[in-house]
Every structure is written in C-alpha cells, then in structure tokens.
Design a protein around this ligand. Structure first.
Ligand SMILES: Cc1cc2nc3c(=O)[nH]c(=O)nc-3n(C[C@H](O)[C@H](O)[C@H](O)COP(=O)(O)OP(=O)(O)OC[C@H]3O[C@@H](n4cnc5c(N)ncnc54)[C@H](O)[C@@H]3O)c2cc1C
Ligand code: SF4
Ligand code: SF4
Ligand code: SF4
Length: 387
C-alpha cells in the first residue's frame, strides 16, 4: 500500500485514491496545506493497485521529440483573458464543438483552486488563466473515466503530474481523450494562498488582523494572477473587491508571487518533478514563449505569446485548422528562455527557515526575513573567504 515517508515522492495527483477498490485512501492536508494520501490499513486488502498507478513510483518515459510552435489565438479578447497565447481555449472549444467535456482548474466560491468540468463554451471562462496554487483534483479522475467509458470526448487539462497520474489511473489508451498540460514551474501551497487572501481582505476592509474572515466570496469578486492590463511580460496580480476597490500589483512587488517565484512555497515534489519533458504523458503541452521579443520581434506585441508542444503527432491535423497563428520553433532555442521545460527548480536552502518564520509572521515579513538572512549569510561567507 501507499505510505508516504518522503514528501518529495508524492505530487498529490490522486491516482492512488481513485483506483483503490476499497475506498480506503483519503487525501489529508499536511502542515503546509498540501494534500497527501493516507491509507486506512484496517480496510486495505493489500492489492497494491495504489502503488501500480503512482506516477512517481512508476514514471513513464516519453521518447518522442515534440513538435514545437509559437502560438497566438487570433481572438484578441480571449488572448487578453488568458495567461499566454490563449491556445487552451481553442483546444477546449474544439472538444466542446464535438459534444465533449472539458476538465480544468478554476476557483471555487471561496477562491480555493479546484478541478471541475464544463460541457459549454461559456463554462470555459473559469478555466482561463493560470492559478498559482495547487488545485484540488477531488474525484475528477473517476469522472473523466465515467465520461470516457460512456463514449464522450474528454479534454483533461492540468499540471504534467496530474496528467501523468490520470494516464496511469486509466491504465489503457482512450481514443476519445485529449490531454493538455503546462510547462510547470511548480505549485504553491493552498494554505499560504488562503492565509494571504485573509491578510489582504483584512487590510482592504480594515478588519482586525486576528479575526478570521469566513466567506471570502463576500469580499472578493474577481482575481487574476496574470492580468495583462499593463502588458504580458510585466504582468500584474489583479484583485477586484466587492466594495469597488481594484488592486493591481506588478508580480515582482507582490509578496505571494515573490514567495512563489523564490520557490519557497512549492510542494516538495516540485523539486524532483516526475513529469518534465522526457516523462511527459500529455498529448499537448502549453507554455509561455518568453523570449519571443528577441526571436520574433515582428510578432511581439506584449499581449501574450504561447508555446505549443505536440507530443501525439497523430492528433496534429485539427491544430492547423484552429483560429490561430502557428510558427514552427526549435526546441533548444525555446528551452534557453524557459528552463522549467526540462528541469525542476532547486529546493532553496532556506525553505525550512521560511516555513518556521511563517508560523508566527505574515507573508511579507516572512519573505523579507528569509531573504535578509540569506543575503547576510552570503556576505559573511564571502568575508570569511577573503580572510
Ligand atoms: C502552476 C503553474 C505554473 C506554470 N509555470 C510555467 C512555467 O514555468 N513556464 C511556462 O512557460 N509556463 C508556465 N505555466 C503555464 C502558462 O502560464 C500558461 O498557463 C500556459 O502557457 C497556457 O496558457 P494559455 O494562454 O494557452 O491558456 P490559459 O487560459 O491561460 O490557461 C488555462 C489552463 O491552465 C490550467 N491551469 C490553470 N491553473 C492551474 C493549476 N493551478 N493547476 C493545473 N492547471 C491549471 C487550466 O486548467 C487551463 O488548462 C504555468 C501554469 C501554472 C498553472
Ligand atoms: S493496497 Fe489496494 S486496498 Fe490497500 S490502499 Fe492500496 S489500493 Fe487500496
Ligand atoms: S503521487 Fe499520486 S498516486 Fe502517488 S502517492 Fe501521491 S497522490 Fe498517490
Ligand atoms: S513541478 Fe512537477 S510535481 Fe510540481 S506540480 Fe508541476 S508537474 Fe507536478
């Protein structure tokens, strides 16, 4: 049976929970707010299915070289609502037009990030845009299988490890399944996200800091991690409050994004990712084409340019009929601008220190203390080296 002793070795995909014939695995939150499987050993019959489907214990190889394209949706409005080139919506609309179902990550009522599905084009809006929080997959894998077995076309989108987990759980290829993942930096803690939103709401509404805000939906009406109002490269975190206030903060000034991009708040499996390019199990991977301004200055307009990696070449045809511009790219060139395609980020040496400080301080203060300690230690080390 699954027994997590090293948190680097569980990406939280839920394949084990979904496959268990005795329904005896629950996903429980740890002290960092990430979900891990815990087995009820009294009900367990030792069938080992949970271990067999785990994408960390049994990662599959991806031997094929992907076809890579720069990709821009011709619909300006959809592109502006999306994080990069707006290609996810085109793929999803293709499946909806054929009577299919689309799964993706969205906010729930209280701004937690969860997986859900839709059968309509209007329903796709909630999936648009990157949410920099690990999504709770819930029972999506079981729902996907039910739709597939009923003969419906399904698009499942998520992080590469979620797609790898789904493929392992399904245990056979389905012609009616299209899987789309993302080049993934890593996923931050849902606990930090919840606490950050609480701090933000207290500040904006002048609520006492020690008072817990229960229904965040009563205070916040919209959130975008990647608002392009002031451009794609220098994107802003945008929060619209129910009192009419709109806050736009460049990502490099936002404490939540600072902690995320310093890799302090990531799930531990993201430092040893089981689903980078050579293990990717999706049909299509989407990403930002950072560097497009240098490679293709003539198409660069700072409204977002995506990358499209095609791993299943037999599913190529419809892509060329989509309402978008596609420009063929060389893998080694785009990797130069986006190392997360191939490599996991390094685990920061000050990660434990950050979490210890965060027990008693708010996010901004914890970040500043952690970074200051790091800089201080480097200065001391360089002084000793000079002596
Ligand atoms: C946590 C995270 C880290 C990323 N890291 C990188 C990176 O390092 N480099 C890079 O080039 N691109 C990264 N991306 C992907 C990139 O930002 C764009 O999402 C991607 O290029 C698709 O953009 P789009 O404009 O086509 O569609 P959009 O409409 O912007 O994307 C929507 C898609 O993202 C999925 N999605 C959104 N949030 C989540 C989530 N929390 N978990 C799972 N799926 C989610 C939705 O299900 C949907 O499929 C990351 C995305 C996420 C969510
Ligand atoms: S060994 Fe079988 S019964 Fe036990 S937890 Fe794993 S899948 Fe469930
Ligand atoms: S990686 Fe997925 S399948 Fe493996 S133990 Fe974690 S949740 Fe279960
Ligand atoms: S970095 Fe890897 S392990 Fe972490 S969420 Fe992304 S795909 Fe999963």
């Amino acid at each position: 049976m699954i027994n997590i002793t090293d948190k680097h070795k569980c990406c939280g995909c839920t394949a084990c929970v979904s496959v268990c014939p005795k329904d005896c695995i629950s996903m429980l939150e740890d002290n960092e707010g990430f979900l891990y499987p815990v087995v009820d050993s009294v009900k367990c019959i030792d069938c080992s299915l949970c271990e067999k489907v785990c994408p960390v214990l049994h990662p599959l190889k991806n031997e094929s070289e992907p076809l890579v394209f720069a990709a821009i949706n011709n619909d300006e409005s959809i592109r502006m609502q999306s994080s990069s080139g707006g290609i996810f919506t085109l793929l999803a609309e293709y499946v909806i037009d054929r009577g299919g179902v689309v799964f993706g990550a969205c906010f729930d009522r209280d701004w937690n990030v969860v997986h859900d599905y839709t059968e309509t084009k209007e329903g796709l809006a909630k999936f648009r845009g990157s949410k920099y929080v690990q999504s709770n997959v819930g029972n999506s894998f079981i729902q996907v299988k039910t739709f597939l077995d009923a003969g419906r076309e399904v698009l499942f989108s998520g992080t590469p490890c979620q797609v790898a987990g789904l493929k392992n759980y399904l245990r056979k290829p389905y012609l009616n399944l299209l899987t789309v993942d993302l080049v993934c930096h890593g996923v931050p803690s849902p606990y930090i996200w919840r606490k950050y939103l609480q701090e933000t709401v207290c500040r904006v509404y002048g609520i006492k800091k020690n008072k817990s805000v229960v229904n965040l939906c009563d205070y916040i009406s919209d959130i975008s991690f990647r608002a392009k109002d002031r451009g794609w490269k220098k994107y802003n975190v945008k929060v619209i409050y129910r009192n009419g206030k709109v806050e736009m903060m460049p990502y490099f000034e936002n404490p939540y994004m600072n902690v995320f991009l310093s890799d302090l708040s990531l799930r531990q499996s993201c430092y040893a990712c089981p689903a980078k390019l050579h293990n990717v199990q999706s049909d299509i991977t989407l990403a930002d084409f950072w560097g497009v301004d240098e490679v293709y200055p003539d198409i660069y307009d700072d409204k977002g340019c995506g990358l499209l990696f095609i791993h299943s070449k037999e599913k190529l045809d419809f892509l060329f009929r989509m309402n978008c511009r596609l420009l063929h790219q060389k893998l080694d060139i785009v990797v130069n601008y986006n190392p997360n395609i191939l490599r996991s980020v390094n685990e920061p040496i000050n990660r434990k220190f950050f979490w210890a400080v965060y027990c008693s301080q708010n996010l901004q203060v914890s970040y500043l203390i952690t970074i200051s300690k790091f800089v201080f230690m480097r200065i001391i080390r360089s002084i000793f080296r000079c002596l």
